[in-house]
Design a protein around this ligand. Structure first.
Ligand code: HSE
Length: 438
């Protein structure tokens, strides 16, 4: 049976998982694809730490250059992460005619167009299923299975760390810090967890999905990003009373002349299937003109689920090598000359429902002052909740709105903030009320 040689760059958590699958499931994978996937070399600066796997002597080396220049290696698997060393190694490997598998969403989202152009010019495959949603086949779904659909929207939970934190606060009343520490212990979080909690990791993933879904180039800079670090247990409790939970969502919608592309904490009703996705699980609902609504869910992080997606990509490329059909599927799912940039709607122009929590003095006319300003800005209130008197004389007043324009919301909140009866910063959370139960 033919043998396809693999070079692995990076022997951390996911890299170790990839090695385990390639070594331990070697025969089973060969029976499926008709070739042995032979892990020939692994490069990592740390060649001494113990990993939970036995390697042949000499397989693990410190020199990545020796791997990407090895003429016998067909596929380079980049599991280093980051945007500098990893990018240069990928570009050099492409220059050497190697096919590439990567999970590096930061690199693809910010610098991806250059790497993709290099792969296209060289006629090599570039696969990146593990960059979004861990084990979920979201890239394959958009690139291949849904090829007959106009994608209308994608709404998803794409960061296991944030989902874990929000679930923990909601279910156990854990503090933000405790929940983050647990996510880090479980190996979901990025090396720099601010990428997770401030929403950038999710934005990287949305930038990739938006390009695949809507046939645009990768455009990270126009995505609106807000993280979860200011979400309090109090807001999670209020949301629950109104029949909602709070999730960090990635939202991509084709609005015709423009796209919506935004990442922020979002209130969704308990009837939305995404409300049931807890812990480190990821999920995404894709709406297409043929399929209607379709949901994928699964483990979005962690050693073996992410390694599973990497090995799926290696197998796809190996099949292309065997059949001489590399480059069969365009990297971003659309032919290069059909990729068109579409403007992203500025967040000011968003029209959606809102949750506000005001901190105000508990005295006459407070509600009428607040609602008067909202009315002046064409913001119509759907429900109001005032919770009991606090010792300081300040109370939380919670409101849900009908559809309102974000620029008017900002103007109204600025005016409200200046009222002498308002005692603290107002909390704003956007609501996604799309009904998936039709
Ligand atoms: N830090 C990411 C997460 C890992 O928490 O989902 C997977 O991309």
């Amino acid at each position: 049976m033919k043998q396809i040689n693999i070079g692995l760059l990076g022997f951390g958590t996911v890299g170790t998982g990839v090695a385990k699958i390639l070594i331990e499931n070697r025969d089973m994978i060969a029976s499926r694809i008709g070739a042995f996937l032979n892990l020939k070399r692994i490069a990592d600066i740390d060649v001494t730490s113990r990993r939970d796997i036995e390697l042949e002597k000499g397989m693990l080396i410190p020199d990545a250059g020796a791997v990407i220049h090895d003429p016998e290696i067909d596929i380079i698997v980049e599991m280093i992460g980051g945007r500098t060393v990893a990018k240069q190694l990928i570009l050099d490997a492409i220059g050497n005619g190697k096919h590439i598998v990567t999970a590096n969403k930061a690199l693809l989202a910010d610098g991806g167009n250059e790497v993709i152009a290099a792969a296209r010019a060289k006629g090599v495959d570039l696969a990146y299923e593990a960059s979004v949603g861990g084990c979920m086949p979201i890239i394959k779904s958009l690139r291949e299975s849904l090829v007959g659909n106009r994608i209308e929207s994608m709404v998803g939970i794409l960061n296991g760390t944030c989902n874990y934190i929000l679930s923990k606060i909601s279910q156990d009343g854990s503090s933000f810090r405790e929940a983050l520490a647990e996510a880090q212990e479980n190996g979901f979080a990025e090396a720099d967890p601010t990428l997770d909690v401030e929403g950038m990791d999710t934005a990287h993933k949305l930038a990739i999905l938006t390009a695949l879904a809507f046939g645009t180039g990768i455009n990270l800079k126009d995505i609106f990003v807000e993280g979860i670090s200011s979400i309090s247990p109090q807001d999670i409790d209020f949301a629950r009373e109104f029949g909602y939970c709070i999730k960090l969502l990635a939202i991509g919608k084709d609005m015709g002349d423009a796209l919506e592309a935004r990442v922020h904490p979002t209130m969704i009703p308990f009837s939305n299937p995404l409300s049931n996705i807890s812990g480190s699980l990821n999920a995404v609902i894709i709406s297409g003109d043929c399929v209607g609504d379709m949901m994928l869910y699964g483990r979005g992080a962690g050693m073996m689920p992410t390694a599973s997606a990497v090995v799926g990509d290696i197998a796809d490329i190996a099949r292309n090598i065997i059949t001489g059909s590399c480059g069969r599927i365009p990297v971003l799912g659309f032919q290069a000359d059909r990729i068109k940039d579409k403007p992203v709607l500025p967040i000011d122009e968003l029209v959606t429902h809102y949750y506000f929590r005001f901190a105000a003095k508990d005295q006459p006319k407070v509600l009428s002052k607040i609602s008067g300003i909202l009315g002046d800005h064409h913001i119509s209130i759907k429900s109001v909740h005032q919770k009991g008197r606090e010792t300081s004389g300040s109370v939380p007043i919670v409101m849900l709105t009908h559809l309102a324009r974000e620029i008017e919301v900002y103007k109204a909140l600025n005016e409200i903030q200046a009222l002498d009866v308002v005692t603290g910063k107002t909390v704003l959370i956007r609501i996604e009320d799309q009904n998936y139960n039709d």
